[in-house]
Design a protein around this ligand. Structure first.
Ligand SMILES: Nc1nc2c(ncn2[C@@H]2O[C@H](COP(=O)(O)OP(=O)(O)OP(=O)(O)O)[C@@H](O)[C@H]2O)c(=O)[nH]1
Ligand SMILES: [Mg+2]
Length: 691
C-alpha cells in the first residue's frame, strides 16, 4: 500500500564543518528509537560516520541516508559533510531533497561553508529552517547568529524559540508560539524533557519576540496579515500554518536553538521538521525533457499512479552489487523491473530495492513517488542519470558537479598493480564524481584530480587501506585551465580519399571568449551553417570534435573553459563524409583557432576565511600578502579578527600548517573554490617551465 505522502519528509542536514550535523543526527536517531545508544563523533562511534577515514578524522566525508519515524511521519534524513572538499555530497543531497536544516555553531555563526550550502539550497529552491547549535559553548551568541543569517546569507530568519541562558548557564529553550519552556535533565537524557510555563524573568521578552514573530510572518502571508490588521484573534494554529506556508515558499526560515551534544533541543527540532518542512506533494513537480538533446519539456507530479521516473544521485561500491541511491519523483517501482536509463538511452534491470539506514539496509518490494532508496542491479548507470518507465521516457536535470582544482600524479609501486589501480580509481570515481583521473600519454604519468588536498589524501588512503594497493603519489599541484582572450576563425579539413571508401569533412569554426552564468556550461557550441552545407546528422560530431580538442589547451594541455564555438560553414562529400571525418576536421580547426586566439592560463582563486586572535593580525596579513592574496574584509568577532580574502590556490599549499606555526595554533582558516582568473605573466612562465 502506497505511503501517505503528506506524512513523508525528505530532509538534509547541511552546514559549515564541525557545526554539529552528525551529532544532531545521532540524537535524532536515538530519540526516534532508531538506535538504542548514542555514538559520539569524537569517539568514532557515530552511526552516520561509518567510513574508517571519517571515524579517524572525526569528520563526515560521504553523505549518509537514514529513515525514521516521528509523530506518525516517515523522515528520510541525509547527513552531509561540511568540509569544502566534499561539496559534491551536499550538491547531490540538496538536489534530491525537499527540505533542509541549516545548522550553525552559536559561537562561529555564519562561516564559509554556511554560505556555500545556503546558496546551493537557493539554487535548488529547497525550503529550510535553521538550528543554532552549541548554545552550551562559552561565547554562544544566539542574536548575533540570527542577525548574520539575515545580513550575510540574505535570509529572512524568524525566531520561534528563545534560548534560556548561554554557555554553562544554558538550560533549555522557550517555544515562543506556544509559550512553553523546555528544560532538560543532563543525567536522564532519554526521558526527561520537562515542559513548563514560561518563567517570570522571560515573560516580557517572550511577548515582545512573539509580537515580532507574528509581524514578520504576516509580512509574508496575506491570510495572517488580514487577521493582524483587523486585530482578529490569532491562534497558535494560525501562526503555525502561516509559518509553514512562508517556509514552503522560501520566504522565511524558522530559527530554533539547542545543544546537540547535551541532547538539548533535538525533539523540538524534529517537531519543527514535521510542522514546517515540505512533503513531496508540496514541492514543485519535477521537470524534464523528452531526451538528452532536449525535445518537449515535461512535468511529473509526485503521484504513484504516474509513470515511474527517478534521479540517480549517489553510488556506493559494494561487493554484493553496487548500491545506487535514487530519488523517486513519480510512479511506483517494483523490484525485478526493467527500466530505461534515459540519459544513456540504455535499458537496465532493478533486482533489489533497499531502504537505507547508514550502512544497514531493509528490503523493500516496491517504492513509490516521494521516496529515497538504494537499488541494486544497474550496470552502466552513473550519478546524475535518470531512470524511468521504458514506455514514458523523460530526462531530468543533471546534478551540477564542481570543477576539480588540484591534481597529483599517482603510480602503483609495482607494474603488476597497474590494472588494479585503474580498476580501483574507476570504482572511486563511480562513487565520487568530483574525483577524476587521466593518463597523460606524453608524460606516461597518471594524474588524479579533486577538490582539495584533503580530498586527494582521503582518496589515496582509500586506495591503500580499503583496496589494498601500494601507490606513490607526487606533490599536489594546481589544476590550471586555459582560455582565450580574442576571437579567431579557421578552417579544418580531414580528407583521406585514396580509392575505396574515403574520409571527407571540412568545417569553418569561429572561437571567442565568453563569461558563463553560474552553473552554465563553460563551453558553448552553436551551429550557424546555412543551406545544409553539413548534413544535420554530422553536426553533433563537429561539436564532439571541438569539445574533445578543448580538453587539451594549446599552451600546456590543460582543459579549456569559457569558449563559444560557432560552426560557420563547411563542406561534405555524398559518399566519403562520416562522423569520424567531421570529428577530426572540427578538432583540427578548433586546435588551430585556439592557438590563434591569444590563449592564456586560468588559475583557481579561492575564497579564504581566517579567524585569528588580534595579536597575530600583523604576521597573518603579512604572510597572506606574500601569497598574492587580496584582503576583502576584516570583521571584529569578540577578541578575534575575521579576515575574508581571495587568494590563488597555487600559493596556498601547506597554508594551514604555516598558519598554525605563525599563530601558535590559535588561528583557523577555511578555503573554498571561488572562480578562475587569468594567471599573471610570472605564473604563466613558471607553468611553462614545468610542463
Ligand atoms: N559544545 C558542543 N559541542 C558540540 C555540539 N554539537 C557537536 N559538538 C562537537 O563538535 C564536534 C563536531 O561535531 P560533528 O557532529 O562531527 O559536526 P559536523 O557538522 O557533522 O562536522 P562535519 O561532518 O565534519 O562537517 C564534535 O566534537 C562534537 O562533539 C554542541 O551542541 N555543543
Ligand atoms: Mg558530520
Amino acid at each position: 500500500m502506497a505511503k501517505d505522502l503528506n506524512k513523508v519528509r525528505n530532509i538534509g542536514i547541511a552546514a559549515h564543518i564541525d557545526a554539529g550535523k552528525t551529532t544532531v543526527t545521532e540524537r535524532v536517531l536515538f530519540f526516534a528509537g532508531r538506535t538504542y545508544k548514542i555514538g559520539e563523533v569524537h569517539d568514532g562511534t557515530a552511526v552516520m560516520d561509518y567510513l574508517s577515514e571519517e571515524q579517524e578524522r572525526g569528520i563526515t566525508i560521504t553523505s549518509a541516508a537514514t529513515s525514521l519515524h516521528w509523530r506518525k511521519h516517515t523522515l528520510t534524513l541525509i547527513d552531509t559533510p561540511g568540509h569544502v572538499d566534499f561539496t559534491v555530497e551536499v550538491e547531490r543531497a540538496l538536489r534530491v531533497l525537499d527540505g533542509a536544516v541549516a545548522v550553525f555553531c552559536a559561537v562561529g555563526g555564519v562561516e564559509a561553508q554556511s554560505e556555500t550550502v545556503w546558496h546551493q539550497a537557493d539554487r535548488y529552491h529547497v525550503p529550510r529552517m535553521c538550528f543554532v547549535n552549541k548554545m552550551d559553548r562559552a561565547g554562544a551568541d544566539f542574536e548575533t547568529v540570527v542577525a548574520e543569517i539575515a545580513q550575510r546569507l540574505g535570509g529572512n530568519p524568524v525566531v520561534i524559540q528563545l534560548p534560556m541562558g548561554a554557555g554553562d548557564d544554558f538550560v533549555g529553550q522557550i517555544d515562543i508560539i506556544r509559550r512553553r519552556a523546555f528544560y532538560y535533565d543532563p543525567e536522564e537524557i532519554a526521558t526527561k524533557l520537562r515542559v513548563e510555563d514560561v518563567p517570570e524573568e522571560y515573560r516580557e521578552q517572550v511577548e515582545v519576540a512573539r509580537h515580532e514573530l507574528i509581524e514578520k510572518v504576516a509580512e509574508c502571508d496575506d491570510r495572517l496579515m488580514k487577521k493582524y490588521v483587523h486585530e482578529e484573534d490569532i491562534s497558535e494554529k494560525d501562526i503555525v500554518a502561516a509559518l509553514r506556508r512562508g517556509t514552503l515558499d522560501n520566504r522565511l526560515q524558522p530559527v530554533l536553538c539547542g545543544s546537540a551534544l547535551k541532547h538539548v533541543g533535538v525533539r523540538p527540532l524534529l517537531d519543527a521538521v514535521v510542522d514546517y518542512l515540505p512533503s513531496p506533494l508540496e514541492v514543485r513537480p519535477v521537470r524534464g525533457h523528452e531526451s538528452v538533446s532536449g525535445g518537449e519539456s515535461m512535468e511529473r507530479p509526485a503521484d504513484p499512479e504516474e509513470p515511474f521516473a527517478a534521479l540517480l544521485f549517489k553510488v556506493t561500491a559494494d561487493p554484493h552489487g553496487d548500491l545506487h541511491f535514487i530519488r523517486v519523483y513519480s510512479g511506483t517501482l517494483k523490484a525485478g523491473t526493467r527500466v530505461l536509463n534515459s540519459t544513456q538511452n540504455k535499458k537496465e534491470n532493478i533486482t533489489r530495492i533497499w531502504e537505507m539506514h547508514a550502512k544497514e539496509r531493509i528490503r523493500r518490494d516496491e517504492v513509490t513517488a516521494g521516496e529515497i532508496v538504494a537499488v541494486v542491479g544497474l550496470k552502466d548507470s552513473i550519478t546524475g542519470d535518470t531512470l524511468c518507465d521504458t514506455r514514458h521516457p523523460i530526462v531530468l536535470e543533471r546534478l551540477h558537479l564542481p570543477e576539480p582544482v588540484i591534481t597529483m600524479s599517482i603510480e602503483p609501486r609495482t607494474n603488476a598493480e597497474k590494472d588494479r589501480l585503474v580498476e580501483a580509481m574507476r570504482s572511486l570515481r563511480k562513487e565520487d564524481p568530483s574525483f577524476g583521473y587521466r593518463f597523460d600519454s606524453e608524460t606516461g604519468q597518471t594524474q588524479i584530480s579533486g577538490m582539495g588536498e584533503l580530498h586527494l589524501e582521503v582518496i589515496r588512503n582509500r586506495l591503500v587501506r580499503d583496496m589494498g594497493l601500494e601507490v606513490r603519489v607526487g606533490r599536489p599541484s594546481v589544476a590550471y585551465k586555459e582560455t582565450i582572450r580574442s576571437a579567431a576563425e579557421t578552417r579544418g579539413s580531414f580528407i583521406r580519399q585514396t580509392g575505396g571508401r574515403g574520409q571527407y569533412g571540412v568545417v569553418e569554426l569561429r572561437v571567442e571568449p565568453f563569461e558563463p552564468e553560474e552553473g552554465e556550461d563553460p563551453f558553448i557550441f552553436e551551429d550557424k551553417t546555412k543551406g545544409g552545407v553539413i548534413p544535420r546528422e554530422f553536426i553533433p560530431s563537429v561539436e564532439e570534435g571541438a569539445r574533445d580538442a578543448a580538453s587539451t589547451g594549446p599552451l600546456a594541455g590543460f582543459p579549456m573553459l569559457n569558449i563559444r564555438v560557432s560552426l560557420l560553414d563547411g563542406k561534405h562529400h555524398p559518399v566519403d563524409s562520416s562522423e569520424i571525418a567531421f570529428q577530426q576536421a572540427a578538432a583540427i580547426a578548433f586546435a588551430d583557432a585556439a592557438q590563434k586566439a591569444s590563449p592564456v592560463f586560468l588559475e583557481p582563486i579561492m575564497r579564504l576565511q581566517v579567524m585569528t586572535p588580534e595579536e597575530y593580525l600583523g604576521p597573518v596579513t603579512g604572510d597572506l600578502q606574500a601569497r598574492r592574496a587580496e584582503i576583502k574584509q576584516m570583521q571584529q568577532r569578540g577578541n578575534q579578527r575575521l579576515l575574508l580574502a581571495e587568494v590563488p590556490l597555487a600559493e596556498m599549499f601547506g597554508y594551514s600548517t604555516q598558519l598554525r606555526s605563525v599563530t601558535q595554533g590559535r588561528a583557523t582558516s577555511t578555503m573554498e573554490p571561488l572562480r578562475y582568473a587569468p594567471a599573471p605573466q610570472q605564473v604563466a612562465e613558471k607553468i611553462m617551465r614545468f610542463v
